[in-house]
Write a protein of this length. Structure first.
Length: 280
């Protein structure tokens, strides 16, 4: 199975530059084109939240118009910039967001990996939480298929990535309880998140946590005492999670790559079918 993770697309209304600089719609179109060119094609694209710069029906309609160009199915997780009601309005007639509950939580099944999608949003706040009700829902969802390798996905990373400018913006409540829930279910092979606009890997809950990169404007790796949060001119990117039966000796596993998006020179082929193509 190949799972593509995109995150933090921050789509605005057509013709609008986010912060007066960033054409997030064009960036997403380039990302969709890059995903459509993958060979082999991914099985699914999962968006881990902050779909729009500010959640509204026109912004989600613009987002849907771009994403519907994908040649593979996609699913959505709500982020702190999103609006649950507007998402229900735009995607209520689709399988893209297959829930109408107060918390937008659901399970993706039918693939070699099971994906449990959580809602970590506190309305009106940048930080998130996994309250008792949401943790209980997750615990029940994980207990329903203990023999299936499973990904838990949410918007807010439940771990601190060392970026001092984002230290108060992650999962501010419920992280300890979330970790204890995940530790009880050893079939959880990855915890995926977004929110921090750069790829970060950490240990969490007895497994591996990964925050995916953004398709729009990346944040810098600022670790100083000034607690700055800077937008840097690095290329946008998406993550590619590959479920491999031989990732380790006699063991299947999930392998993650980060794929930048941009206009690059054509690749230079060194080997084909194990044979040298060009000399030294």
């Amino acid at each position: 199975m190949i799972l593509v993770q995109i995150s933090d697309t921050h789509i605005d209304e057509p013709g609008t530059l986010v912060y007066g600089h960033f054409d997030t719609s064009t960036a997403l179109r380039k990302t969709v084109s890059a995903i459509n060119s993958m060979d082999p094609a991914p099985d699914l694209v999962l968006h881990t939240g902050d779909i729009a710069s500010y959640g509204s029906v026109p912004r989600y309609e613009a987002f849907r118009g771009i994403m519907d160009e994908l040649t593979v199915p996609y699913r959505l997780i709500v982020g702190n910039h999103d609006d649950r009601d507007a998402l229900r309005t735009v995607f209520g007639d689709t399988d893209v967001l297959p829930t109408r509950d107060s918390f937008l939580q659901y399970v993706i099944d039918g693939f070699p990996l099971r994906i449990v999608c959580c809602d970590s949003v506190i309305a009106g706040e940048p930080a998130g939480e996994m309250c008792d009700d949401r943790c209980a829902w997750l615990d029940t969802a994980l207990a329903q298929a203990p023999d299936r390798p499973t990904i838990v996905a949410l918007h807010h990373p439940p771990f601190y990535g060392g970026m001092t400018g984002t230290s108060t913006k992650g999962l501010k409540r419920g992280g300890t309880k979330l970790a204890s829930v995940i530790k009880r279910h050893d079939h959880v092979i990855r915890v995926l998140a977004g929110h921090v606009h750069r790829p970060i890997t950490a240990s969490f809950g007895g497994t591996i946590g990964f925050a995916g990169p953004t398709t729009c404007y990346p944040f810098g790796l600022d670790m100083g005492p000034e607690r700055e949060l800077n937008i840097v001119h690095e290329p946008p990117a998406f993550a590619v999670h590959i479920w491999l039966p031989d990732a380790a000796p006699d063991q299947a596993g999930l392998v993650t790559h980060v794929q930048p998006v941009g206009d690059w020179e054509p690749p230079i082929t060194l080997l084909r079918n194990g044979e040298n193509v060009i000399g030294h």
